[in-house]
Design a protein around this ligand. Structure first.
Ligand code: ACM
Length: 262
């Protein structure tokens, strides 16, 4: 099966433009699953609560989610897309998973990074895994990578492929995903953005690009450039994520010593 990401630079606040860009790319992509960056429709650097409210949307009825669902159904593919969610007066840094039959699920970012804590409520759903004809898909968003429990929990719950919408600023994530994938025997598709944002009197944020597809053996199947817009599609053998035996003695999950862990 074919997995992919679309790395690009969203324009802050221009939901129509960002959505159109993603739609155009997805329309021409021969893929089964495509992952878009974190907050791909809004941009990243908010400067007021009012702004977050006005750019966030209800799931599934909101503008972006409705369009992504339509595209998934029309193209018969799965899409993971990071969007700002508005639910019962709270805003979340969320991602939707859509498929040929419509909305499959929503994940709300658990570990908020830096000023995201001013704008968003932390995710209240935990880490979820959805069974699909492509395999079991779990989602974590950007800074969730910093907490190994995120990927571990997804793996323990049966994830084959971690879809990882991101707006990476710190430099270490692409390398760290090698370890996350080895220690959990999962695939990961990290879809990062490129470019920079500097809004109001805030500091300039530089996004590192380097979106990545990583195998359960920790192979970097593809790492994108730091600064170029890219759609990358790769064939993967998803069943490789199901085998948790490292050798005839060691099994990744059976060998855990939970009694010694915090
Ligand atoms: C991040 O979590 N967007 C750095």
């Amino acid at each position: 099966m074919k997995v992919s990401f679309y790395q690009f630079a969203p324009e802050f606040g221009n939901i129509k433009h960002n959505l159109r860009k993603a739609e155009d790319v997805i329309a021409s992509a021969a893929t089964d699953l495509i992952v878009l960056p974190e907050l791909f429709n809004t941009g990243y650097q908010f400067i007021s609560k009012k702004e977050v409210k006005s750019l966030s949307e209800k799931i599934p009825s909101g503008f972006t989610t409705s369009a992504i669902i339509k595209l998934s159904v029309k193209k018969n593919i799965h899409i993971v897309a990071g969007i700002a969610e508005n639910n019962k007066g709270k805003t979340y840094n969320s991602a939707v998973l859509t498929g040929p039959d419509g909305l499959i699920g929503v994940y709300r970012k658990t570990h908020l990074f830096y000023e995201e804590k001013l704008w968003f409520s932390p995710g209240d759903m935990g880490f979820k895994v959805w069974q699909t004809p492509l395999g079991n898909i779990g989602i974590m968003i950007c800074f969730d990578w910093f907490f190994p429990e995120s990927a571990r929990t997804l793996a323990l719950r049966g994830t084959d492929i971690i879809a990882h919408p991101s707006n990476l600023i710190l430099p270490h994530c692409p390398d760290a995903m090698v370890t996350r994938c080895i220690e959990n025997r999962v695939f990961a598709v990290t879809a990062n953005r490129i470019g920079s944002e500097q809004r109001g009197d805030k500091e300039k944020l530089m996004f590192i690009g380097k979106s990545q597809i990583t195998s359960p053996m920790g192979e970097i199947l593809y790492r994108a450039s730091e600064d170029k817009e890219e759609l990358t599609v790769m064939e993967i053998a998803v069943e490789k994520a199901g085998d948790k035996n490292l050798n005839s003695f060691n099994n990744l999950f059976n060998d855990r010593k939970k009694e010694f862990y915090e």
